[in-house]
Ligand binder design. Sequence first.
Ligand code: ATP
Length: 248
Amino acid sequence: METCLTTATHTDAVLEATGVVAGYGRKTILHGLDLHVRAGEIYALLGANGAGKTTTLSLFLGFVAPSAGQVRVHRADPAASPEEARRRLAYIPENVALYEHLSARENVAYLLALAGQSAADAPIDASLAAAGLAADAFDRRVAGFSKGMRQKVAIGLALARRVPVLLLDEPTSGLDPQATAEFNRLLGVLRGEGVAVLMVTHDLLGAADVADRIGFLDAGRLVEEVAATGADRFDVRSLHRRYGGQAA
Ligand code: ATP
């Protein structure tokens, strides 16, 4: 990658990991990770099982502290001030956990209150609608919701919180093609609002559909980064030949 591009990436980054060494106990998992995501960018992180993708998310969430290097979430240091970092991000795990006996609207209201924010029904409904949830589902208990509907509630919450960063773990695994397309549209909405999106996935083709950049993690190191546009635009076929076996 050219020096000027690298410099621009670092200065604009909302999510930053620079030279990060981290792991569990004496086991090092991330060996000098450099990863930067800008505002309004969707970044897909791919890698084989055990490459360190979830550990990278844990780093930004403040659950794993680096032994070297620097981590920032919208300028907050998640190791030193995890609460501050978490206030600036929304994390959507593979299976979204909601309060099953509460409705979609009640879930967002309650989770907003836990995050120290209050909101009236109207802005909550607007966020749920922007997240693509049908209006007749707002008042229904989430117990019967599909994975796609649960994600919409979680994204509605992220929109209502107006966070600058969204972390996603395997967001489209188990979604049907239509729900995946809808989910990708939603990510486009968040990108349009200037949110920095980092998604961890095994799905190279799906990542190529939605991401602005794709990074390949191997044994805790970012071994390649490719962009959706510009001179180093990604060539899915050649990437699949190189990484399909490990990342698909
Ligand atoms: P997958 O695609 O299977 O989810 P991943 O790329 O997300 O893999 P991680 O979950 O980050 O990989 O795991 C990286 C390494 O860290 C693995 O060897 C895993 O066994 C180890 N590991 C993960 N969590 C812990 C933990 N809490 N304690 C000790 N080792 C862990």
